[in-house]
Design a protein around this ligand. Structure first.
Ligand SMILES: Cc1cc2nc3c(=O)[nH]c(=O)nc-3n(C[C@H](O)[C@H](O)[C@H](O)COP(=O)(O)OP(=O)(O)OC[C@H]3O[C@@H](n4cnc5c(N)ncnc54)[C@H](O)[C@@H]3O)c2cc1C
Length: 536
């Protein structure tokens, strides 16, 4: 067994994990990032468009932090954890300025970052990074390395380790040996569980089930019914699977057509489709795809966009060139599109500094729930990853200096059961279970939900539990139970919320209801899942 010891352990090397690491290291703590992939790569951040929303002096002079907050809460159908949302919008401008100082470049207009309008924001306040988020991660990875942060890559954390009530580190597996990491404080920054759905853009291996790690250690899960589906992923045989940032295309005349060639917007009398937030747009497109039973195609048609349009809007021009460069015939003909699982609004419950209810355990980034309420507006995921990454890193560092070593050796029990699980191979193939779960989630816990389908999904997920597993990749034998925990939490919360709000659409309860202005919290007590409602 490989043993390590650090002050602050960060599980996850994406945007939130890197920000947390830089912050904890600036407080002179020993910091280790452990990731099942690579630090700064093969994660959701690497797929991102690189849009950051923040109020800035370079934006609309009439914009304000107050308006950013109002938009965030309206976007979240008022279900956001308001104190968290408030901290995010107040703090992000200072980090935005700092990122520019350390060399992160944004698309510019006359030498200044260009503030763009994206759906859900009432003012142009979204900034597109040059080189997308890969460039941002490289800058942060170098800063973390320069700050003395240790990187432990290709290591999957399978369990948090507790001593008494406190988290004192974690155990995991790197494919050849068990790894035990003792830590004064631990931060979960594992990203979102987009892999739960068959239609997703998550890169293989980058999917986060930190929700399961934290839940099993005693932290509440909140807002798990709110999964964001992004409306426009290229979905046609022979074309690359990539997502299309739709605002600029629709603003300049792009359209989405149903199988009969009719505009899905015009049918509903929608004049400004570019203002549709992702939740409403995905629900609209899903309804058109499923009308009349069976799935019908939907198409994006941007053939009316002219050179003059592209000259007038650098974001549109870069969007179109990017699509053409990647083989999408965006100016030549209509092409197939479909919504896909994009972001998780739910996750582990935390306070203003990422602290959870379990001492020694913090959370940051997409693994944290509550900030975005029932639907996230564009560029706010990066804002949350950065703000709560930095805050949790500092808080974890400060916390770690207040605690001593665990009393006995709490790692040996966790390592022994991990060793048993590694040596036991035989049973249902994990790849079969994974594809079944992903298809089930897309079909029955996807964009349009109803009681019968949710109940069937819960029953089937339950039947897949406790099955002996076999896999050529032992990592998968640990990931599948975590996947089932997370899938079950999403399904259970979706079956409990009998209304439609934000991204959660119930065919059998299509209206938003005042009495549902409360959060659903799930926690583990005596091996059973306990449901609570939290007032706002
Ligand atoms: C296609 C796409 C485009 C997007 N574009 C934008 C955008 O432009 N702007 C915006 O604000 N948001 C965007 N988002 C959302 C945003 O990218 C994510 O919310 C954000 O990058 C998540 O960062 P993170 O650090 O929380 O997680 P990630 O970047 O996913 O990192 C998670 C890390 O945890 C590791 N990990 C997970 N589980 C374990 C484990 N058990 N053991 C060890 N390591 C583990 C992973 O390997 C990885 O290193 C986009 C999302 C998608 C899918």
């Amino acid at each position: 067994m490989a043993k390590y010891s650090t002050d602050v352990l960060i599980i996850g090397g994406g945007l939130a994990g890197l920000c947390a690491a830089i912050s904890a290291a600036s407080d002179f703590s020993r910091v280790m990032i452990v990731t099942k992939t690579l630090v700064g790569g093969a994660n959701t951040t690497s797929m991102a468009a690189g849009i950051l929303s923040a109020v800035s002096p370079d934006g609309d002079p009439e914009d304000s932090v107050r308006l950013h907050l109002d938009d965030t809460l309206r976007g979240g159908a008022q279900l956001n954890d308001r104190p968290l949302a408030e901290v995010m919008v107040k703090a992000i401008p200072k980090y935005f300025n700092r990122l520019r100082k350390i060399g992160v470049e944004f698309v510019e207009d006359n030498g200044k970052p260009r503030a763009s309008f994206i759906a859900g924001h009432s003012k142009p306040r979204s900034y597109f990074m040059k080189g997308k988020a890969l460039h941002l991660q490289e800058a942060l990875k170098s800063a973390a390395g320069a700050g003395g942060v240790d990187f432990l890559e290709r290591t999957l954390i399978t369990q948090l380790v507790k001593d008494g009530g406190r988290v004192v580190g974690a155990v995991g597996y790197n494919g050849s040996e068990i790894v035990a990491i003792k830590a004064g404080a631990t931060i979960i920054a594992t990203g979102g569980p987009g892999e739960l759905y068959s239609r997703t853009l998550m890169p293989a291996g980058s999917t986060g089930y930190g929700s399961s790690l934290g839940f099993r250690a005693g932290v509440e899960l909140i807002d798990m019914e709110f999964v964001q589906f992004y409306p426009t992923m290229v979905w046609e045989e022979g074309l690359p699977k990539i997502f299309i940032e739709y605002t600029s295309l629709l603003k300049h005349g792009g359209d989405v057509l149903d199988a009969d060639g009719r505009s899905i917007f015009r049918k509903e009398g929608i004049d400004e489709p570019w203002k549709l937030t992702r939740d409403a747009f995905s629900i609209l497109i899903a309804k058109s795809m499923l009308k009349g039973g069976g799935e019908k195609p939907a198409y994006m048609d941007c053939t009316g966009i002219s050179d003059a349009d592209m000259d007038s809007d650098p974001i549109l021009a870069s969007n179109m060139k990017d699509l053409e460069g990647r083989g999408v015939p965006v100016r030549e003909r209509k092409f197939g599109v479909s919504p896909y699982a994009h972001f998780m609004m739910g996750g582990l419950r935390s306070g203003l500094n990422g602290e959870t209810s379990v001492p020694g355990l913090f959370v940051a980034g997409e693994a944290a729930g509550g900030i975005h309420g029932a639907n996230r507006i564009g560029g706010n995921a990066f804002a949350a990853c950065i703000v709560f990454g930095f805050r949790s890193g500092l808080a974890a560092s400060l916390y770690s200096s207040t605690v001593g070593d665990p009393a006995g050796d709490p790692f040996s029990g966790a390592a022994a059961s991990l060793s048993d699980a590694i040596s036991h191979d035989g049973g249902k193939d994990t790849s079969e279970i994974k594809s079944r779960v992903r298809e089930l989630m897309w079909q029955k816990v996807g964009i349009l939900r109803e009681k019968k389908g949710l109940e069937e999904a819960l029953m089937e997920l339950n039947s897949l539990r406790d099955m002996p597993l076999s896999s050529r990749n032992p990592m998968d034998r640990f990931l599948v139970p975590m996947m089932l925990d997370t899938a079950e939490a999403v399904t259970l919360a979706s079956s409990i919320r009998e209304e439609s709000r934000g991204s959660h659409y119930r065919i059998d309860f299509p209206d938003q209801k005042e009495e549902w202005l409360k959060k659903i919290s799930l926690s583990l007590s005596g091996g059973e899942c306990k449901v609570k409602f939290l007032p706002l």
